[in-house]
Design a binder for this molecule. Sequence first.
Ligand code: UN1
Length: 500
Amino acid sequence: MPESYLNHINGQWVPAVSGQTMDSLNPARTDEIIGIIPRSSTEDVDRAVTAARSAFDRWRLTPAPIRGEILYAAAEVFKREKNRLGRLVTMEMGKVLSEGLGDAQEAIDMAYYMAGEGRRLSGETVHSELRDKDMKSIRVPKGVFGLITPWNFPIAIPAWKVCAALICGNTLVFKPSSYTGVCATEFVRVLIEAGLPPGVPNLVHGTGPEVGTPLVDHPEVDAVSFTGSWVVGSQIEAGLGRNHKEVATEMGGKNAIIVLNDADLDLAVEGAVWGGFGTTGQRCTAASRIVLQAGIHDQFVKAFKAKAAALVLGDGLLPETDVGPLAHWDQLEKVSQYVQVGIKEGATLVLGGKICRDGACATGYFYTPTIFVDVQPQMTIAQEEIFGPVVSVIKVQDLGEAIEVVNGVRYGLSSAIYTRDVNAAATAERDLDTGLVYINASTIGAEIHLPFGGTKATGLGPREAGGRGGSLDHYTKWKVIYRDFSGKLQKAQIDTQKPT
Ligand code: UN1
């Protein structure tokens, strides 16, 4: 009998008010239910937001280094639980075990990193133009956050948002993807064990329309962080903008790897396989376009195809598996449809292009690694985010054309270039319009202590992760304090002070 999971509201584990539930399935073995999670609605959201609001003042006034100590304790629990959480990620979301463990590792890293920020939440002190007056800027929390996270990094992305929100002194209502509710619950259990007070973290399970929408629309929610689809993220941006509430969105990419004629080809092929088919292509940072300079095109495609064809599909818990299933049925449908569009628009399918139903694939949502060549930059498969194991190869003549192709999409998350020419690498670094640029490395694998995010339709608002210049800018607002201890009326810009 699968375990039943609950919402966490005001320090209590509680079912949805409606009593309704949803099953969370293993995408590699769809007859296996990983857990039963609540299917909540507006009333549950309302209770959670009320709890977060009433806990806010106490949490805001808890010294930041003490908040940091709780996050440090959480990091230690994440570390203790890493194997269990990593396996659970694989079972509920499908990525292979080494990546499931990597997902859990990001939470460990983020919790330690943000714990340290408790002693570093600094602003500026500067000199006043007037005597006997001082001034400073300080970071203050924004209040109650709504945090909405996707299924592709079911532990890591919650950790990015939750740890940053907490260290800055905010309380929160966390609404995870309904495909990975068990991972989300285990994540919150760690926070509770670490000693977070009631009402500070709240967890409400459910669907986007039934929980996400009332959460972002709630008048007592001060700001929102969202990672997920462009369609939903754009609606959230518009709605919050109208209400003057701050939002940070991260909505995907159409990332590309450039390979120039002088590149280390073996390294570039390895990078393309890892970026294109790692996590079954279900990363916002996945390398879904490979832009090849004409001189190495044929040789690269041959090696790339051979390596991709050798990838073993199966249950991510099995040691021989290279590529796990897609995370759910809709993903399988979407990927299949995009592949049909690619064929119709005239791209040449050289590998894969089909749902896998043989052997180890029979029980789940598997799609074979797929490569298209002869792809034109404007084709649908080269413009839209597919979020699956489908890579489009585009041929170009030179670096200038390559950069134009990479930048010629509406997203701007990650890009990479393989070259031994230092001038070419520097030009790419300057001109690629993406939030992340990799030199001689693939498009995936950002580290948590630098900002994560991108340009154009990839997202709005401050970046995720990182510290200054990253998520601290989303989870705090600036307050400026002027203190005049002259005992008289002093007028900035008007009273001129002479040297004595
Ligand atoms: C995502 O796909 O939304 O840089 C996040 C990476 C990972 C995070 C990806 N560390 O690929």
